[in-house]
Design a protein around this ligand. Structure first.
Ligand code: ZN
Length: 120
């Protein structure tokens, strides 16, 4: 799938990342990570209005590694990127991006390049 510009979720806080050659703006919310169908539709609509495309979601793992959990795997879709930020003692320490394999058996890591981050 060719990717262009991306905007995800209408929920703050926001973390913006740019990955060559495409732009990602990924937002999420604290607590257990889940994305309701209506959030997906709202995000798609908001992105489309800005000429963008939703390509993924981000969430944090407080005091845990930036690796997908079983819960993450159980609730992921193979066509989105999942950015995870490990937050240790209240400070972001590691950021990773993952894509669920088509057979949904595992996540594969994705490269990520941060050029700009939003202040939250
Ligand atoms: Zn997670």
């Amino acid at each position: 799938m060719a990717r262009k510009h991306t905007l995800t979720s209408a929920v703050a806080p926001c973390w913006a990342a740019i990955r060559k050659p495409h732009i990602q703006m990924l937002t999420g919310k604290c607590g257990r990570f889940s994305v309701a169908a209506e959030d997906v539709l709202d995000a798609d609509k908001a992105a489309e209005q800005q000429g963008l495309e939703v390509i993924g979601w981000y969430h944090s793992h407080p005091d845990h590694p930036a690796r997908p959990s079983q819960y993450d795997q159980d609730h992921a879709w193979p066509w989105y990127s999942y950015v995870i930020v490990s937050v240790q003692n209240g400070s972001p320490k590691e950021i990773t991006s993952w894509r669920l394999d088509d057979d949904r058996e595992a996540f594969s890591p994705e490269g990520i390049e941060i050029r700009h981050s939003a202040t939250v």
